[in-house]
Write a protein of this length. Structure first.
Length: 262
């Protein structure tokens, strides 16, 4: 029963706190996208235009809210704009206290803060909120995310024409053209063979030199030499014949003389 009574009392305090907080438009008073800090209390939104980078307690007081802290724990918010009406001598119950939330201005979602209002700093375009309850329910105001980057339209892909489609078909050669081509090829082949044969003949002639024919003077000298040799041979033969004849005649003469003497 005691626990139930505490929960009931906390609920009543929450209702009372919400009742005393002015309710404003959820978007009309928020800062422009990407600028300042939008401050949320309950469902009311106010813009702290120059509050980016300041501590959160300055953001709340900067837009006109008053904060009361627990006397035994400075920095722990007990009342916002004097709500709830209970005293702030001790820390409020975990089921009924001012929970601190914030958004960085780009994610578009809320994050429960583990820091106090005096240490949390929100960047430009961000949101900060105090919500009375058990700390599990995020603020009812949805934070605006940063402006989406402009979508670039992809450049149209260049139209490619296939080579097969763009190439014009080449007409086939006529029979006469084919015959002329073959004749030209045969003629070129024959010329090539004749050239190769002439080169081989020239190479063979260069490797085996033909003996040079004797000149006219050399021939005359050789003929004169042969004539001299022939004349010499005839003279020598005649001399030998005369010598033999003389010898034979002398021998005969001697025999004759020898026979007459006897």
């Amino acid at each position: 029963m005691r626990r139930l009574a505490q929960l009931l009392a906390a609920t009543l305090l929450g209702v009372a706190a919400v009742a005393v907080i002015p309710v404003g438009s959820a978007s009309a008073a928020a800062c422009s996208r990407g600028t300042g800090v939008s401050v949320v209390v309950g469902n009311g939104v106010r813009c702290d235009a120059g509050g980016a980078g300041q501590s959160s307690d300055q953001n709340f007081t900067g837009v006109g809210h008053s904060l009361t802290y627990v006397s035994s724990e400075p920095g722990f918010v007990c009342q916002v704009d004097s709500a709830p009406s209970s005293d702030c001598v001790k820390t409020p119950s975990q089921s009924a206290y001012w929970a601190l939330w914030w958004s960085d201005g780009t994610s578009g979602s809320w994050t429960y803060s583990s820091r106090g209002v005096k240490s949390l700093k929100v960047p430009a375009g961000g949101y900060v909120a105090l919500v009375f309850g058990n700390g599990k329910s995020a603020p009812g105001v949805k934070p605006v995310s940063a402006a989406p980057a402009p979508t670039k339209k992809p450049a149209p892909a260049p139209t490619r024409t296939s080579a097969a489609a763009s190439a014009k078909p080449t007409p086939s050669a006529s029979p006469s053209t084919v015959a002329e081509k073959k004749a030209d090829e045969k003629k070129a082949d024959d010329t090539k063979k004749a050239t190769a044969k002439a080169e081989r003949t020239a190479a063979a002639a260069t490797e085996t030199p033909t003996p040079a024919e004797p000149t006219a003077n050399e021939a005359d000298i050789e003929n004169a030499s042969e004539s001299s040799q022939s004349a010499g041979t005839l003279w020598a033969g005649g001399a030998i014949a005369l010598a033999l004849l003389a010898g034979t005649g002398g021998l005969w003469w001697r025999r004759k003389l020898s026979g007459g003497a006897s």
